[in-house]
Structures are given as C-alpha cells and as structure tokens.
Write a protein that binds this ligand. Structure first.
Ligand code: 13P
Ligand code: SF4
Length: 356
C-alpha cells in the first residue's frame, strides 16, 4: 500500500503486531470499589505518590486520579504534570511509553505502572534496531517520532511529538526547509504531510484501535445525524479524517465537545474518552463512530486492549507487589531526554505565542 508519494524502496518489513482481547474486569460492588479506592489512596500516600491517568483508561481509574489530586490528561500533559508535581513517585495509568516518558523526564522519581504489559501497537511496530538502520539510510532527514515509541527509538530521534503538538512542530520544521523522517504512525504522518505540505518519509506503523474506524459506515451514521459534529483522532485512516469537523488530540476533542455549539457529536477515538467528554458537557449527545462492527474481534471495539489493563484491581495489585516499576538504561535515558525536552520547550513557546 503506498503510504506517501515519496516512499523509498529501502523500506523495512514490519511484523504484524499481535493484539490481545480487551481485558474484562469483574464487576465491582460499590463497597468493593470504595475499599479498593481507599487502599490505593493509602498506598499513594505511603509512597508520596500521585496518580497520572490517560483519558482512555477505565472511568474508575480516571475518577480516582481526580479524587486523589492526580491528573487525567493526554500524553503531552501527562508528561508535563509529572515533571511539575512534587511527588516522589509517579503512578502512571496508561500505556508503557507514558510511564517511560515519565521516568526519562524524572529519573530521580520512582515510576510505577499497574501492568508493564500495557504496550501500544505503534510502539510494537517500530523496533529500535530496524528504525535506527532506516535513519542511517536517510541522514539528510530530521527524525521526528511520535511519543508512542520506546525509549530506544526516542534516543535515535531529533524530536519527539504528541498528537497535541505534531502539526505546529512539523510546520515549523518544514518552514525551515527540513525533510522529515516520521515514525511510527502512518495515518498521523499522512495527515501531517497533507496539512503542512512537509516532505516526509512515513514509517508504516498504525494504531490497531483507530485503524478500525470505517469511512462508509461513518458516512451512513452522519446521514442519520446531519446535525452532529464529527470528531476524529488523527491516528484514524485518511478516509475517516476527511469527514471530520475537528481532527485533534484527545484534549482537543474533549474541548470541542464543550466549545462547539452542536448538541450531537460522533466520536472516532477510544471510548474511554467519553468519561471526560460527559463531564465537560453533560447535556451533549455522544455517538460512537462505527468500527468493523458485529462479529468482529475486540480490536474493533474502540477500546484499546492495553489501556484496558488499567483498573482499580490492577492498580492495587501492581502497587502492592511493586511489579510495575519502570527502569530505563541511563545511557538511553540521557539520549532520549533530549528530543522530549525539545518538545516540551517547543510547547512552551507555542503557549507564549498564544498569549502574545
Ligand atoms: P493523545 O496524545 O492524544 O493523548 O493520544 C495518545 C494515544 O495513544 C492515542 O491513541
Ligand atoms: Fe497505542 Fe492505539 Fe492504544 Fe493509543 S489507542 S495506546 S495508539 S494502541
């Protein structure tokens, strides 16, 4: 499948990623929930810790992060929050690259995750050695990687970006005439190429959750709800993105629900986001964008199976057994921190420009 008009012949072969079913956690009684929340709260206190959760995690986990003074955010804000907070321990509920980013930015803090098996198909689709070889073949390109990558891949990059900051950064680099080697999400890469006009080589990774949104079915749902605004995360295929009223990071999509005048929204991203969307705009109607549909695998359920490893139960077990500590080779850390800090500094510049 052609990814981009200028895709090179030396492109690496990527092994398919094996995707587990979305975990099913036993239903909690209100009493069970209260007891688990209390246990986690006590463990956080004893560790001088704070809970940093992503919008795609289980609503119970998001609610607990809010109640305990932690944060619920997109991957960019999770990284920022961890560096600003005074807690000595960061408990990251999300997927592994988020825990690794927290550790890379805060080597003096302990970072725990409920389950270290919480990977991401983008991270898995970009093995560090193949990636590094590919970079070596294109030394005239600036290497920009999505945050959804391993510490080793980040260590090979000039820049790290999240979906919240990718477009202005690529625009900035393109304006300086830089050619870009982008990895690993081909859909986000394609979107950036189209919107900024940048000259980009695209690594062929994809998000197994967003890739399942279907454009023909989306058009059908839109006909049923012509007054709805369509909100799409840019990890979705081009044919889905092209129907969107808003394309953006998880934070941007939540903001759209509360700021746009529409009463109805069709949402193409992980269902975990509905918790915050409902909180932000309780009177709005939220409709799930269609995926492959009936009889399809869990891959098509619009719930990331790896984000699904975060629950009150796994948080409790992970903290009790201390099995989920993130450790990073210091040499890799020293290299990976450079492009991540560049991203955070660039984000600060953008904020300042917005205020001026
Ligand atoms: P955000 O950076 O928008 O939070 O997205 C992270 C992610 O993994 C989306 O699938
Ligand atoms: Fe990775 Fe997709 Fe899951 Fe986000 S939703 S963590 S990109 S697999």
């Amino acid at each position: 499948m052609p990814l981009s008009d200028n895709q090179p012949d030396d492109f690496p072969e990527i092994q398919p990623v094996s995707v587990p079913d979305h975990p099913v956690w036993p239903e909690l009684t209100p009493e069970d929930k209260r007891r688990l929340e209390e246990t986690i709260r006590e463990m956080l206190e004893s560790l001088n810790g704070v809970l940093v959760a992503h919008y795609y995690t289980h609503p119970d986990v998001q609610a607990l992060a809010e109640k305990t003074g932690g944060c619920v955010a997109d991957s960019l804000e999770m990284a920022r929050f961890g560096t600003r907070h005074t807690a000595q321990t960061l408990v990251v509920a999300g997927v592994r690259f988020m825990g690794e980013t927290a550790k890379i930015l805060n080597p003096e803090k302990r970072v725990y995750m409920p389950d270290l098996a919480a990977t991401c198909s983008l991270d898995e689709a970009c093995p560090a050695e193949e990636f590094s070889r590919f970079c070596d073949l294109h030394p005239d390109h600036t290497v920009v990687v999505y945050a959804n990558t391993s510490a080793r891949v980040k260590a090979r990059a000039d820049w790290v970006v999240t979906s919240g900051i990718a477009a202005p950064l690529i625009e900035h680099l393109a304006a300086k005439g830089e050619k870009i080697l982008w990895a690993p999400d081909r859909h986000l890469g394609r979107y950036l190429e189209m919107t900024t006009g940048a000259d980009m080589l695209l690594w062929p990774g994809s998000c197994v959750v967003h890739e399942e949104f279907r454009s023909v079915a989306l058009a059908r749902v839109t006909r049923l709800h012509p007054d709805a605004a369509i909100l799409v995360h840019p990890e979705s295929p081009e044919s889905v993105i092209s129907q969107a009223h808003v394309v953006g990071s998880t934070t941007a999509l939540i903001k759209a629900v509360s700021t746009m005048e529409n009463k109805k929204f069709i949402v193409a991203t992980d269902k975990g986001i509905f918790y915050k969307m409902r909180q932000a705009a309780p009177d709005k109607i939220l409709i799930e964008a269609p995926t492959v549909g009936e009889g399809a695998t869990c891959q098509a359920c619009a719930e990331c199976p790896w984000m699904g490893l975060n629950s009150l139960q796994s948080l409790t077990a992970g903290l009790e057994n201390k099995t989920g500590e993130i450790r990073i080779d210091p040499l890799i850390r020293d290299q990976a921190v450079v492009p991540i800090r560049r991203m955070l500094q660039f984000a600060e510049t953008l904020k300042k420009d917005d205020k001026d």
